[in-house]
Design a protein around this ligand. Structure first.
Ligand SMILES: Cc1cc2nc3c(=O)[nH]c(=O)nc-3n(C[C@H](O)[C@H](O)[C@H](O)COP(=O)(O)OP(=O)(O)OC[C@H]3O[C@@H](n4cnc5c(N)ncnc54)[C@H](O)[C@@H]3O)c2cc1C
Length: 474
């Protein structure tokens, strides 16, 4: 007999597991189904983010940064490291341990919130007056009935036409996070967030990295000054980035040869030991069987939803990477919470204007809101102010004075419309800007707030002062 729930969430990534927790907090009976498994077949909830995305990439970024600091940065602090060696096996083991801790944490949260977890693949089977019927295929097959269904099935990497992922020479993000040895020559196709982060990890560990990008500009969505600064620093670090390329052929035998036309249209051929393809991700509805209930997908394969994550079917919702909008874990989480609240008739708050973007390279890059260029193109009159970390005491003490904070405010009202950071701990600093924008703060508001000294956050205050051309430390 089918087991019945108020809500069945399909997928336990950040969109799904957070939706399940919030729905349970609101007093609903909730089940969550997820098919991800560890190497030995155990459940591994957390989705792409926990298993092969945000968490393992940040673990390796930290480890590789530590290695680079030990090799190149410690001497300046008077710390002499002799016989520095890389134990890549241990580095990967630590990364796997961090992932397991997060998987276990989610299983604990399911228990704590009395959420029934099913390990397997869920697919729609039909619907009737009781709700939607779902079949779970896994070790133990189950039939479920749900009054509400939340589809949170995420995304999968987009392959390069003519160069299928093989897990050995041509790698997706999963392969890029598990290389058993440091490749001498590493190619990366795509200079987006994933390409830049993965390229940084392996460059720090010793690879010669060349990133090939089809677009004519680096970090096209970022502020122009930020993109310029990042390009300068990446080049200094030895990360080769070629823009405006057109890949014509990829041949994988003993190694991988990529043939392409460069930005001048001249034919090039380059051979790598490994190739990471990071050209974006596509929505994942594999095995979901949306046809069984008439769930509508859009022309690009995303589950079609309105602004409130409602699909074309009553009581079927969809959140996260499988729907429109930025493919970010925190966007998925916000949608998950909002949907759970809408199910019980409460208000669901998601503000797409204040979703922060972060790239965890070194220097880190983070922004929220619009760029100066975008605003000007919209005809908005703005005032912008920047403050370099070079003039920040804490950054000097840290030994990392790269980059700056830039604030863009509306000229007439002084309301903050965008904040753009390239530099140390940008991922943490951006939170202040997000709060400020959510509360409709002006640049002057930030300039009037007492910031701890010495702290990197003083650069935020100084950027706010710079909007009014009255920095104190520059
Ligand atoms: C290398 C990399 C680094 C990233 N770094 C960041 C970062 O630093 N910050 C950030 O915000 N975002 C980052 N992302 C993006 C982030 O991982 C995604 O935006 C996020 O995971 C989306 O969450 P989701 O819940 O929508 O889907 P997912 O996390 O993809 O989870 C979907 C889950 O559903 C399961 N599933 C799918 N179909 C079914 C089915 N039919 N039945 C049962 N289970 C099913 C899948 O197995 C999976 O567990 C990164 C991504 C990658 C690849």
């Amino acid at each position: 007999m089918a087991k019945s729930f108020d809500v069945v969430v399909i997928g336990a990534g950040p969109g799904g597991y957070i939706a399940a927790i919030r729905a349970a907090q609101l007093g609903l009976t909730v089940a969550c189904v997820d098919e991800w498994k560890t190497g030995d077949g155990k459940p591994a909830p957390g989705g792409t983010c926990t298993n092969v995305g945000c968490i393992p990439s940040k673990a390796l970024l930290q480890s590789s940064e530590n290695f680079e600091h030990a090799g190149h940065g410690f001497a300046e602090h008077g710390i002499v490291v002799k016989d520095l060696a890389l134990d890549l096996g241990q580095m990967l083991k630590r990364k796997d341990k961090v992932v397991r801790q997060n998987n276990d944490g989610i299983l604990y949260l399911f228990k704590k919130n009395k959420i029934t977890f099913f390990h397997g693949r869920a697919s729609f089977a039909g619907s009737n007056t009781d709700g939607y019927q779902l079949e779970v295929a896994g070790k133990a097959a189950e039939s479920l009935t749900a009054r509400h269904v939340v589809v949170a099935t995420g995304s999968v990497p987009r392959p390069l036409p003519g160069a299928a992922f093989d897990g050995k020479l041509i790698l997706d993000n999963e392969g890029a996070l598990a290389l058993a040895e440091v490749p001498k020559r590493l190619g990366v196709i795509g200079a987006g967030v994933i390409g830049l982060e993965m390229g940084s990890v392996w460059r720090r560990l010793g690879s010669e990295v060349r990133i090939l990008e089809a677009l004519p500009a680096l970090l096209g969505a970022a502020d122009d000054d930020v993109a310029k600064e990042a390009a300068k620093v990446f080049a200094r670090q030895g990360l080769t980035i070629e823009l405006g390329v057109k890949i014509s052929k990829v041949t994988a035998k003993k190694n991988v040869t990529v043939e392409y036309a460069d930005s001048q249209g001249k034919g090039q051929s380059v051979t790598f030991d490994r190739l990471i393809v990071a050209i974006g991700r596509i929505p994942n509805t594999n095995g979901l069987n949306p046809e069984a209930v008439g769930l509508k997908l859009d022309e690009r394969g995303f589950v079609a939803v309105d602004d409130e994550c409602r699909t074309n079917l009553p009581n079927v919702w969809a959140v996260g990477d499988v729907v429109r909008g930025p493919m970010l874990a925190h966007k998925a989480e916000e949608e998950g919470v909002a949907v759970a609240q809408r199910i019980v008739g409460q208000y669901g708050h998601v503000d797409f204007n204040t979703v922060p973007w972060v790239i965890y390279t070194s220097p880190e890059i983070a922004w929220v809101g619009k760029t100066e260029r975008e605003l000007k193109a919209e005809g908005v009159e703005v005032r912008a102010g920047s403050f370099p970390f070079l003039a920040n005491g804490r950054a000097r003490a840290l030994g990392d004075t790269t980059g700056f904070v830039k604030m863009v405010a509306e000229a007439g009202t002084d309301r903050i419309l965008g904040v753009h950071i390239v530099g140390p701990m940008a991922s943490e600093l951006i939170a202040e800007a997000v709060v400020a924008m959510e509360f409709g703060a002006s640049a002057e508001d930030i300039a009037l707030i007492c910031h701890a000294h010495p702290s990197l956050s003083e650069a935020m205050k100084e950027a706010a002062l710079a909007v009014d051309k009255r920095t104190l430390n520059l």
